[in-house]
Design a protein around this ligand. Structure first.
Ligand SMILES: Cc1cc2nc3c(=O)[nH]c(=O)nc-3n(C[C@H](O)[C@H](O)[C@H](O)COP(=O)(O)OP(=O)(O)OC[C@H]3O[C@@H](n4cnc5c(N)ncnc54)[C@H](O)[C@@H]3O)c2cc1C
Length: 460
């Protein structure tokens, strides 16, 4: 098998040494490391196809690997096998005539956004990890980001995909058109499938003309629940901000210690902040929107609003917001849940999370894309015993997920299910629904070789 793989990718793109296997054995999920038995780095679609044919005939697991920033363990080689690093797929083509980008999966999200920007175009999805995650990983996870509430998530930009199926066959899933009512939607089936149905080798993305102005404000709240309440009220006043992010006090304090060059004077009684951005092409309209938002905020107990006047100030605030995840991770081992509810239910969700923490003895730090009801719940291990971490915390997580579903929300808004959330899927879906998903997986991958042990619960 190794000799055959070597023939496909060439000796210099196949790795068996321990260091490389460990390097490709983790993502950003907790402190897990599941090294693949061998790492290969194909250079084109044909090579991916040959690898899949070999893996299928030997019935060996293959795990597609992107930027390894995943937070649900999707890129972990939990059964060993072939770690399929896509890093050599890094070309970008911008089709200015059609406002489209033709991108290979290993292109770093920020690099693609900047390439579009240089041509006066805008690719809105902006995960906080945009400096290190890849477009392929974003498509596989249906990634979101701060701008999703106004502009949508990755799925809203994917028009067409080149995919290598587990059998090794190569297909295009749709057409490079803005609308398409032709047959079942294979493109959107592939988006968010977490590397379990096919290996994405090329992506056709829709682009928008870029906006020229924005206003960014940071609002301190004396009550975290009220910050959550304010989120829905802003939309009810007829404003759709381009970003609306929530950060609990600990998230900000830890991040300010973690990042250089950002300082904020925060009163002791402040419990949370909202970071609010409006964007568009006409400054007068933006000022009117900002004033309307301030009118809404008057109903709540807030401290003085900080307006970012310069590009540097804006960048500093965004740098701080994007670093929250890493700052939390630098403090302690943690589990990150990616709860999402209709936004009006956010205050109920936050209160429920805190109640679960009290009941099961854990501290949580919450932050996230509140504008689309997406709250990241970081459960901190700190000095909790290993026993409580493995027995009590999962009970608390189950209760939090049950609450999200009872509020008509679901388990993950953008990080996916992967390895760590799969055994909670019974909360969101009944057996009929899960069996349908399993049947889809079986049709694409009857030998269960592509990223096995992910998404679907173990007992299905
Ligand atoms: C600090 C931090 C902040 C984050 N912020 C956000 C955020 O704001 N929004 C958000 O949505 N996510 C966020 N994430 C999560 C993560 O960055 C995203 O899930 C991202 O989409 C993962 O991309 P990746 O390239 O790192 O993929 P990986 O972690 O390498 O892989 C993720 C999944 O994609 C599959 N995959 C990768 N490439 C392919 C391919 N070519 N074909 C098929 N399957 C493939 C893998 O098998 C795996 O299942 C954050 C993560 C961190 C660490």
């Amino acid at each position: 098998m190794i000799a055959s793989l070597q023939k496909v990718v060439g000796q210099s793109f196949l790795f068996l040494d321990e260091d490389t296997r460990i390097k490709y054995g983790h993502d950003e999920t907790e402190d897990y490391n599941f090294p693949p038995s061998v790492v290969v780095k194909p250079g084109n679609t044909h090579e991916v196809s040959e690898i899949m044919k070999l893996a299928n005939s030997y019935k060996i697991p293959v795990v597609p690997i992107g930027g390894q920033t995943g937070l649900s363990g999707g890129a972990l080689s939990i059964y060993g096998g072939i770690g399929l690093s896509m890093e050599r797929f890094n070309k970008i083509e911008i089709d200015e005539k059609n406002l489209q980008g033709i991108v290979e999966p290993a292109v770093i999200t920020q690099v693609f956004r900047e390439a579009a920007f240089e041509k006066g175009l805008f690719y809105p999805p902006d995960p906080s990890s945009q400096g290190s995650c890849t477009i392929g990983g974003n498509v596989a996870e249906n990634a979101g980001g701060a701008r999703a509430l106004k502009y949508g998530v990755t799925k809203d930009y994917v028009l067409n995909l080149e995919v290598v199926l587990p059998s090794g066959e190569i297909i295009w899933t749709g057409a490079n058109t803005l609308k398409n009512s032709t047959g079942y939607n294979l493109t959107q089936l592939m988006v968010g499938s977490e590397g379990t149905l096919g290996v994405i080798t090329k992506i056709v993305m829709k682009l928008l003309p870029k906006n020229t102005y924005n206003i960014l404000m940071m609002v301190p709240f004396f009550n975290a629940g009220q910050a959550c309440e304010a989120v829905a009220e802003i939309f009810r006043a007829g404003i759709v901000p381009s970003a609306l992010e929530f950060m609990e006090r600990d998230a900000i304090d830890w991040t300010l210690k973690y990042v250089d060059g950002v300082s904020l004077d925060i009163k002791e009684e402040v419990e949370a902040h909202l970071l609010i951005e409006v964007d568009g092409n006409y400054p007068d309209m933006l000022f009117a929107e900002a004033e309307k938002i301030m009118g809404v905020l008057e109903q709540f107990k807030i401290d003085e609003i900080l307006f970012a006047d310069t590009e540097d100030q804006k960048n500093a605030l965004w740098k701080m917001r994007r670093a929250v995840g890493e700052a939390v991770k630098s403090n302690s081992v943690y589990k990150e849940e990616d709860t999402v509810v209709p936004r009006y239910e956010l205050p109920v969700l936050l209160a429920g999370i805190k109640a679960a923490g009290k009941k099961y003895g854990f501290h949580s730090v919450c932050y996230g894309h509140a504008g689309d009801g997406n709250l990241h719940v970081n459960i901190i291990k700190g000095d909790m015993s290993d026993e409580n971490w493995s027995t009590e915390v999962p009970k608390g997580i189950r209760e939090i997920f049950e609450l999200t579903v009872s509020l008509k929300g679901t388990l993950s808004g953008e990080h996916g299910i992967g390895y760590v959330q799969k055994n909670y899927m019974d909360i969101a879906f009944n057996t009929t629904q899960l069996q349908l998903m399993k049947s889809i997986k079986n049709i694409f991958d009857p030998n269960n070789i592509l990223n096995p042990g992910k998404v679907l619960p173990d007992n299905l």
